[in-house]
Design a protein around this ligand. Sequence first.
Ligand code: FAD
Length: 400
Amino acid sequence: MHDTQIAIVGAGAAGLSLAYHLTLGAPGRRPPSVVLVDAPEGPLRPAERTWCFWEKPDGEFDEAVSAVWDTLRVQGPRGFGVAAPVAPLRYKMLRSGDFESFVGHRLAAEPKVTRLEAVVHDVRELGRGAEIRALAPDGRPRTLRARWVFDSRPPRVLPPSRTTLLQHFRGWFVTTERPAFDPRVADLMDFRTPQPAQGLSFAYVLPSSAHQALVEYTEFSPRTLDDAGYSDALRRYLTHELALEHFKVNRVENGVIPMTDARFPRRVSPSVFRIGTAGGATRPSTGYTFAAVQRQARAIATAVHQGRTPEPPPVHSARSLAMDAVLLRALHTGRVSGSDFFTGLFRQVPMERLLRFLDGRTSRREDLLIGLRTPVGPMLRTAAELPWLPRRRVNLKEMR
Ligand SMILES: Cc1cc2nc3c(=O)[nH]c(=O)nc-3n(C[C@H](O)[C@H](O)[C@H](O)COP(=O)(O)OP(=O)(O)OC[C@H]3O[C@@H](n4cnc5c(N)ncnc54)[C@H](O)[C@@H]3O)c2cc1C
């Protein structure tokens, strides 16, 4: 006998989104019973973060969105830039705390949703259901049975890959004395940062007013930096490139996202599935995950409402993943320069098409046209080499 129809492990972007979409229900169908288990405050709970994504102007989380931009810019190493409107879409910023409150209120009003704080240490298949074993904050063991389990705990070990880079960054929420930012424009990539020996680096600037912005220093490279490395890079960018002498750092955001061509299994056993980053929702070439998590959650909820097996569908097409694998390898080997690659793409491909491409919604012909805007020789050579390279397990801890 199951305690609940659905158990979700982890209340981050994926767990909360799935619980939210499940409770929306469907015409003529009652929402399922759901238990959402999350680790208590402590080392397993991720720190507050900001999620950015692009979508149509009237999105379902707009109430919780803290900033919106209509123009995105990419700047090359020598400062020449391409700024383009995002229309008909918008680039939005959602803070994880605001998302948690927004979804949390909704879930609190749902009698069939239960929330539980516990550290899950085991998920076992029972056949037509699964069992979750966890420890409550008071140290007492908890056991739950559910017909379907969706597990979003971040994987401790990545599946074998040919290429794994890290997208690692530090962001400062700064306030400046003089007006320094254009709040209508978000800088997706500003390559006026010193480039690392392997991979690439750029600044990412999200202004919320003329005096306030989140300024991030990001690398796609094989290893993280130490504290001083990030702070020096951010200070250098703010003082040299933005010519800011006086600024105050109000808050700091750190992140490490694996960019990998590993294949993430989404079905662990007949009743247990993985979702979110753990289920391969992170786009390997960009690290963007939030919008894919929404697509995944919506599809799972529809399957549950229709009484089908709710196996999470792939959120990135095989073609997108194959192209990303080539790009990761080309960046890793240094065959293509990251700054030339991305500035070239943004200069030559219309923004709307590029964003659709990153969502995996472009046609084969459009993908080919985009491919022709990249360094064709090195990319083809890399594509030819890939099938012969072995997949290896990488130890993420050794990369940090
Ligand atoms: C700083 C940062 C900024 C990012 N910015 C963006 C962005 O702008 N746009 C974008 O698309 N993507 C972004 N990403 C990538 C991605 O969207 C996030 O990592 C996202 O949080 C992934 O969602 P998730 O649910 O898979 O994992 P998480 O949000 O990390 O959730 C995992 C959950 O599992 C819980 N948990 C862990 N272990 C246990 C356990 N043993 N028992 C119970 N619960 C457990 C944790 O408490 C947590 O709630 C960012 C990532 C980081 C780190």
